[in-house]
Design a binder for this molecule. Structure first.
Ligand SMILES: Nc1ncnc2c1ncn2[C@@H]1O[C@H](COP(=O)(O)OP(=O)(O)OP(=O)(O)O)[C@@H](O)[C@H]1O
Ligand SMILES: Cc1ncc(C[n+]2csc(CCOP(=O)(O)O)c2C)c(N)n1
Ligand SMILES: [Mg+2]
Length: 343
């Protein structure tokens, strides 16, 4: 009977599936300090920890070549990987890049992707040290693995948040999602009438947030300079709601965020207005902002209080309280993770 059982992947969802396939994975090496479950794995390499992560970008799922310039695609593939390294409070060192290409691509097109990859490697000071090249029957795939390094006493996990900590964000959220909405709308307009040229000039900021995100390694440098080690950290790939829930689950805590304190740029806000989307939605559920969401001890607050680049959005409390948002109208609503649904 059970041999015939068929469970659809969407019954488990992305995180349920990861949990299922990884639950009986054994760790056999002393050097494996942290395996599955964080933004990167942590490996003891002597004096420091090495962190390792991998992320792939697939045509049709993560990008649409009708509006994603190839250089930007190459840049984004590196940036999203470096972002996971930053989320461990580490700085990146090496990447490998694997590509699967269809016969649609010319050598010149692949050159353009690599221009972006190389620009990102230069910007984040990472060495491209290997990869793999293969053909694909259905769309372009770019898969990147990245390593980074951090002093052992500076490693930050999703699991270190504790009651009383302050929840911080490194930048504004929701822009990447609204940029995508604009790009999808302009694509539709173009498809229905190719005479119409896409109007993107007024949306430069949000479209840039979608097409050319940056990993916040600058924040990691700043935190080191100020002398702060966050108690927990994660990068915002899936939306703040989903990431807060990861921190709460991994740390065994609850959290409250204030709607009013969520940093939404005016240009994102304007696009929300135009699309008739509540401005809180893209930030909480949109994703791809690649900002860092982290918690700091209250003791450290005075060191960052006046830092204009860090937004204080809420606090951590006990697990029983769950993750919730205090709305502008002072209502308390539970946070549910409606991040990007792969399945
Ligand atoms: N197929 C898999 N096999 C083994 N481990 C996996 C697999 N997929 C994901 N993981 C691990 O599960 C954890 C959560 O993965 P997830 O992709 O959600 O994190 P992330 O890389 O921070 O997110 P994103 O992909 O949005 O950047 C990570 O530790 C990741 O290495
Ligand atoms: C064409 C197109 N369609 C949809 C999206 C949105 N999108 C894709 S993956 C993802 C979350 C992170 O995924 P992962 O967890 O795999 O890193 C989001 C928000 C996009 N950028 N382009
Ligand atoms: Mg991550």
């Amino acid at each position: 009977m059970s041999e015939n059982k068929r469970t659809e992947v969407d019954q488990l969802g992305e995180f349920g599936l990861i949990e299922r396939i990884t639950k009986d994975v054994e760790i056999n090496h002393k050097s494996t300090v942290k395996g599955i479950g964080d933004d990167a794995a942590v490996i003891d390499c002597g004096d420091d920890y090495m962190v390792v992560s991998t992320d792939m970008l697939l045509e049709g799922i993560h990008f649409d070549l009708s509006f994603m310039p190839l250089q930007h695609l190459g840049y984004k593939a590196i940036a999203v990987n470096v972002s996971d390294i930053a989320a461990m409070n580490a700085l990146p060192e090496q990447v490998t890049v694997s590509i699967a290409i269809t016969n649609r691509f010319s050598v010149e097109a692949i050159d353009m992707i690599y221009q972006g990859i190389k620009a990102a490697c230069k910007n984040y000071n990472v060495d491209l040290v290997g990869g793999d090249t293969t053909s694909s029957r259905s769309g372009l795939v770019i898969s990147v693995s990245v390593t980074g390094r951090v002093a052992k006493d500076k490693i930050v996990y999703r699991s270190g948040a504790k009651k009383g900590d302050i929840l911080c964000l490194s930048g504004d959220i929701g822009g990447a999602y609204m940029g995508l909405q604009v790009l999808l709308r302009e694509k539709k307009v173009y498809e229905s009438n190719p005479e119409m040229q896409p109007k993107l000039d007024d949306y430069e900021y949000i479209v840039g947030r979608q097409l050319r995100p940056e990993a916040r390694t600058d924040v990691i440098h700043d935190l080191r300079e100020i002398g702060i080690v966050p108690t927990s950290m994660i990068d915002v790939s899936d939306g703040v709601a989903s990431e807060i829930m990861h921190i709460c689950k991994a740390s065994g805590v609850g959290a409250a965020i204030y709607e009013q304190k969520l940093p939404v740029d005016q240009r994102t806000f304007d696009a929300c207005h135009e699309f008739k989307i509540p401005s809180v939605t893209p930030g909480l559920n949109g994703g791809e902002d690649y900002e860092l969401l982290f918690t700091i001890d209250q003791e450290d607050f005075k060191k960052v209080e006046k830092n204009p680049n860090i937004y204080f959005i809420g606090y951590i409390d006990e697990a029983e309280s769950g993750a919730r948002m205090v709305t502008v109208g002072d209502q308390i609503v539970p946070i549910s993770a409606q991040g990007f649904k792969h399945f």
